[in-house]
Design a protein around this ligand. Sequence first.
Ligand code: GDP
Length: 457
Amino acid sequence: MFGFAKKRLKTQNNMSNKNKNTYFGLSTPLGRSATATIRLSGWESKKTLEKLTAGKLDNPKHRTSYVVDIYNKNNTLIDNVIILYFKGPNSYTGDDLVEIHSHGNPIIIEQICETLLNLGLRPAEAGEFTRAAYLNNKIDLVQAESILSLINSNTIDGVNLSLNSVSGSLSIKTLEMRKEIIEALGLAEYELDISETDTHKQTIKVIKKRINRALLDTTKLISTAKSARINTLGASVVIYGKPNVGKSTLFNTLLNYERSIVTDTAGTTRDTVDVASTIGRHSVVLVDTAGIRKTEDIAEKLGVERTQEKINEADISIQVVTGAPSTKAANPNNITVLNKTDLLEKNEINNVRKNKNVICVSAKNKTGIPSLLKQINKKLDSKSQCKIETQITSTRQKQRLKNIQKELEKVLRNKETNLEIIAHHLTCAIKEFDSLLGKTSTDDVLDSVFSSFCVGK
Ligand code: GDP
């Protein structure tokens, strides 16, 4: 009934050839530190360990640590290290795995890597350890993405939600939804192939009940995408307005350093400038944009177009003005900032202050900035809140769920009564579930997921 099993086998056979050779990678950042961790994975890990320790560690035990000296090809001591050995399949990758914890000096790290190369190992590709874990069925694709999200999360909420998915809650939820659809398809196929009585109407009713349940769950999961993205990757906060209103000055003031060029000449910022920062407990990407005005200059025109794109994608947009702000109904994502208030009379400022949606600042003199930060923080608090415990952790997951949603909606919205058409949509939805979980995945999809990892992960 389902074509995925064959496809999966084919894909995985192709991939596992890659794992026949043993690879290594630095799992900690390169630099000076108390310790550094280099991992090796593959069938020659154990043999490599024996050679690296000049025969001392010839039969390491699973999950056991050893303090030993390691040597280069000339038998010269490299370092005194801690070795941890994991016998596959009970390791992170599912293959034999060794962790070398050396002293965190880049020279030592380089010597270890060179020795491993001399011993015939190859450097790992980005995300290869986690890719091996996926190919060896230790984790599914959703969990692999959640590991990436766990490493990259910039907030405690992001860490917690990623951890929840790494432990399998998102996979379990999607498997439950998939089961619902498989059972609905089973009913449809039984009715079509075997049932001789005319019970179509009743069966369709039962099938639609199941579809409805799965659709509600799908929609719920999709709704977590925005807050999850804000909590893991950070929110995009875009500063925009006409040229010379003080956008770059405000951008620098919010960052606390001179990142953007500030001049009296209009049209200086022609491209967007993105800088990661934090506001309150939130991680943000602050974006300075080209001033919006009609122009014939091609570079500036492109800059203005890019500004518009950034505003559309923004979680929060800050419109900087120097004159009377618009009285139009406030967009909930937008904050209007009246800048250069140091040049205004008190009564002029007081007039503007009557409009609670406008924040008065002087970016140059750094006044009014705490109120602005408070307002951004308040908006981010509400945007990042999510009462749903299981949340998605990547745009790929969101896209797959949207495809599932489309297939299920086609049955319900069209009040479909043709069982063959219903079965077709259910089959398409199951394929999307399989691709979501990585049961069927092409190398392209895997490359795009794992290339975002760092080398030692
Ligand atoms: P942008 O084109 O909107 O990015 O504006 P800039 O940040 O480059 O500033 C344009 C000019 O306005 C510069 O001369 C700034 O020093 C000046 N400026 C910016 N903010 C303020 C402010 O709060 N008060 C005053 N008086 N001048 C400011």
